[in-house]
Design a protein around this ligand. Sequence first.
Ligand code: ADP
Ligand code: MG
Length: 334
Amino acid sequence: MGSLKIKGVTKSYGHVEVLKGIDLDIPDGEFVVFVGPSGCGKSTLLRTIAGLEDTTTGTIEISGKDVTTAPPAKRGIAMVFQSYALYPHLNVKNNMALGLKQAGEDKAVIEQRVDKASTMLSLDQLLERRPAELSGGQRQRVAIGRAIVREPELFLFDEPLSNLDAALRVQTRLEIANLHHTLGATMVYVTHDQVEAMTLADRIVVLHNGIVQQVGKPMELYNDPANLFVAGFIGSPKMNLMPGKAIGDTDAKTVGIRPEHLTFVEGAGDISGKVSHVEHLGSETNVYVNCGEAGLIVVRLFGEYSVDINTERMLKLDRSRIYRFGDDGLRIRS
Ligand code: ADP
Ligand code: MG
């Protein structure tokens, strides 16, 4: 139940190939996040899983059944979009119930499922309201409720939190994580936000230009990126990337070091430069240093740290935490 197999899926619009051969194997119950920059093909991939788009080549299996040509309604999926797509003239209860009614589901079953979902999502008190009388967060919960009542084998989310403000985004993110815990259903979740990906995913699929760059647990991607793209995409502030020769490494085209693996030193160090700006976040301080050939380097320090801009500083790299990349952008693992 709920497993997903994507084999050799490509998708072209005219001459433009948007998905360039995707292979993925997602076991039942897993929470998988597709992450990547805008336009990399995340929504297209999700929509081919849903059956809202045909694949150009390749096959899709859900729960062991080939659904490549099956219509969305026959795939056992439910999808939640960024725009909530609720019916404005229906109240919360009827918005959640509509799909089941249309499918001819038994009235008592509908009552019971709507009841259960609204309790799960704390919508009990809002069942008689129309969408216009709800906040953005509440509307998105209704959209999620509408997915839950269908009891799908596979949930598909496309940037469901993008329209919410920062505080609500964090809260709803926790609710989605809880939901996954409670339901144990397979969830495929699309976002361009690497923090969302890191916090929600059992496994992350990093997409770029219609190609899977790497698949792994959040900390595997963070600690062991396969290539330059993943190294630069996962982590905030971003990993510092500089020419190998800037630190005397003549075999690596590019070297990377995360901002937390650099320190300021008095005396001998690895690279030096002028402090250009400082971000005080309270729990941490990010210091940006213009290091000539190495470029603009960010140093992340725990807690509050006082540093004057325009002063010359020496930096030391934790040599055991340096990542090395070749001409092709792939990791050099030696
Ligand atoms: P993402 O969700 O990662 O931001 P999309 O999957 O929406 O990206 O789009 C990937 C690429 O495919 C984009 O370059 C987009 O312009 C193109 N694209 C998406 N849908 C269509 C379409 N119906 N016709 C032509 N091009 C499309
Ligand atoms: Mg998209």
